[in-house]
Design a protein. Structure first.
Length: 161
């Protein structure tokens, strides 16, 4: 079953690389009492994710926060080392959260996992974006094709805010 607007996010713990090393961040810590934009990518460093999806959120970070959003996070089924390297290479370190759903358990709990084994990627997350208020999904934008980042892109999210 896929998560829907009005649903509460399932409890999960992610890893994030910081200047002090890896830290664990729970859904409670990230979303409780906050308005957060969360977007997911099939893989860090992959073409659409690195050239289209992530840059839109980094370039529009201030505009998104100006609309009453407390935080922005990107999540991927990658380990925290990869997500940390992606944060550094993209210039996004410290600007948004780069969360590792290392075993795909969060993607599976949302019903948003996808098997990209044919492309050599294995089980990953579908590409999506959502606005979450106090742990509850307020908007949900799932891409039909993992190679597109239009309905889940920053421009679409800004229109929803």
């Amino acid at each position: 079953m896929t998560i829907a607007i009005g649903d509460k996010l399932p409890a999960a713990t992610f890893k994030e690389k910081t200047a002090d090393g890896p830290v664990e961040i729970s859904t409670e810590q990230l979303f409780a009492g906050k308005r957060v934009v969360l977007f997911a990518v099939p893989g860090a460093f992959t073409p659409t994710c690195s050239l289209n999806h992530l840059p839109g959120y980094l370039e529009n970070r201030d505009a998104i926060l100006a609309k009453g959003v407390d935080d922005i996070a990107v999540i991927s089924v990658n380990d925290w080392h990869v997500m940390g390297a992606w944060a550094q290479s993209s210039g996004g370190m410290g600007k948004i959260h780069f969360l590792a759903d290392w075993d795909g358990s969060f993607a599976k709990a949302l019903g948003l996992e996808v098997d990209l084994s044919a492309g050599g990627l294995g089980i990953r997350s579908k590409r999506y974006s959502m606005l979450v208020e106090d742990g509850v999904v307020k908007s949900l934008n799932i891409e039909e094709s993992p190679g597109q980042a239009t309905v889940s892109g920053a421009a679409a999210m800004i229109e929803q805010l």
